[in-house]
Ligand binder design. Structure first.
Ligand code: SF4
Length: 486
């Protein structure tokens, strides 16, 4: 029997907002998969993107457990291909390589994210919700930390069921938010069961929400605003893959949204790994500078950035992982942070890689990532150097706060120096913010489990924590388990 889907009825205000939204047609010129390269059906000028040797090596893996496309689908836009032609970093970001599947260790649900999913497509993390609104992007990063969603893999959940990650649907999500917030309000500001506050901030994620048309994005914005959400973020890498998407129709939709719901905060969370994604180069591969030494942006990217940054009522932020062979380079990160701030953006986070399947092919050791970011920020001004290095523990966002070279006098285990982690956001408990965990150094550690045998101090509970037993609720006090990779 086909189950009837719940209905969602927009308010009059919402309908008036949606009625003025325009959709555009876009020519991303996407090449999907490796088949067009294997069969030489890709546009002629793109065929050389994979050398004959690379084609042979990748073809041999097809259908085996080392099939790179099974792990993560391959996809590229024409715009990104043009950038990649002169950039080994960008090539590494988007080009499939046989090395990716040499070691398939890792988690299909990094950080047990599904523990936090009370409704399909929503992760409820304290005051914030993350929603999967689409399962693809205009191009695909090989290191993607949502590879399980994009490759539509089956994920085991805590209740024993196994299913693909589903997408968020307005008729299911909005009632959940309204009900949670009504229960919080009726109980004096805290949820009666979980103790959590109002769900007041939502991140539209995926995949990339910017592959949806304006009407669909607007439908989410309007529905969330009507549900009382105070702040909405749109997480996107589209400005790197296809900056022409940030056209007048899109910006006009944002303007209408702001006019209709001026009290709702809007934040564009962009994703640039490397300055080669934003800066124009000359034929010799050098960044083009004007007579006064200002670096020139890729024209379409500069225009897109100006379109967002000129709207003072929204913020434009960049966040990116530090990935081996792509941006594990202090000079590149220094230029990226400086240029992004100069264009009116804010440098938000850099991330250590997650424990995705095949993470060893991409992740930079934690201590090295901290050193790279720290080195990159030498010579940056205070406003340019806001970004912190974050690593996402099961409990939530955790800052890699410091790495020391000297022992701490009297502290056994600190002989080679220590790493200090600090909780920024605990998905289950806000008061945990600021708690730290100190471990003895291990320069090879790429994930928390690399420190299992050298924890020196752990008020943050990164190495002794409880898993959430009911999505949307606080962790149980019993059922302690060990490192977050288990
Ligand atoms: S843009 Fe983000 S979600 Fe899309 S492929 Fe890259 S890392 Fe994954």
């Amino acid at each position: 029997m086909i189950q009837k889907q719940p209905e969602y009825a927009p308010t009059e205000r919402e309908q008036a907002f949606l009625a003025g939204v325009e959709d555009s047609r876009y020519e991303r010129q996407i090449i999907n998969g490796l088949a067009p390269f294997f069969s030489e059906k890709a546009p002629e000028d793109m065929l050389g993107f994979y050398s004959p040797d690379e084609v042979v090596q990748l073809r041999v893996l097809k259908g085996t457990e080392r099939d790179v496309e099974q792990r993560m689908p391959v996809k590229i836009t024409r715009h990104y291909y043009e950038l990649a032609k002169t950039s080994p970093s960008i090539q590494r970001l988007v080009k499939a390589s046989p090395d990716e599947t040499l070691d398939l260790a890792g988690s299909e649900d990094p950080g047990n994210q599904m523990d936090y999913s009370p409704v399909e497509g929503l992760l409820h993390k304290y005051e914030m919700g993350l929603m999967y609104v689409v399962s693809t992007c205009s191009a695909h990063c090989r290191f993607c930390y949502r590879e399980e969603l994009i490759a539509r893999k089956e994920i085991a959940r805590q209740d024993g069921t196994v299913a693909k990650k589903g997408l968020a649907k307005i008729p299911e999500i909005i009632p959940y938010i309204k009900q949670h917030n009504a229960e919080v309000a009726a109980n004096g500001g805290r949820h009666p069961e979980s103790g959590r506050e109002k769900l007041r901030e939502i991140l539209l994620s995926g995949g990339d929400p910017m592959v949806l048309n304006n009407s669909k994005i607007a439908a989410w914005l309007g529905a969330l605003a009507e549900a009382g959400v105070e702040s909405i973020r749109i997480g996107t890498k589209e400005m790197a893959f296809y900056p022409q998407r940030f056209d007048d129709a899109f910006l006009g939709m944002l303007d209408r949204f702001h006019e209709t719901y001026p009290q709702v905060g809007l934040h564009m969370m962009l994703h640039f790994e490397h300055p080669d994604e934003i800066l124009a180069k000359d034929e010799g591969g050098n960044y083009i500078e004007d007579a006064r030494g200002f670096k020139q942006w890729v024209p379409a990217t500069g225009e897109a950035m100006r379109g967002l940054a000129s709207r003072g009522w929204l913020t434009v932020e960049n966040q990116s992982p530090i990935i081996r062979g792509i941006n594990d380079d202090p000079d590149a990160l220094r230029i990226l942070q400086r240029e992004f701030k100069r264009a009116g953006g804010e440098n938000h986070y850099f991330f250590c890689g997650r424990d995705i399947v095949a993470y060893r092919a991409f992740n930079v050791p934690i201590e090295r990532a901290w050193q790279i970011l720290n080195e990159s920020q030498k010579g940056l001004s205070g406003v340019e150097a806001h970004a912190r290095l974050s690593i996402t523990h099961y409990k939530g966002k955790t800052e890699v706060n410091a790495v020391t070279n000297e022992p701490i006098p009297g502290l056994a285990g600190s002989e080679n120096g220590v790493v200090i982690f600090k909780i920024l956001r605990n998905a289950g408990s806000a008061p945990d913010r600021g708690k730290v965990c100190i471990v003895g150094r291990n320069p090879d550690a790429v994930w928390f489990d690399g420190y299992n045998d050298r924890v020196l101090f752990d008020e943050a509970g990164l190495y002794d924590y409880a898993r959430v037993t009911k999505p949307g609720q606080a962790p149980a006090s019993a059922a302690r388990i060990g490192g977050c990779c288990r």
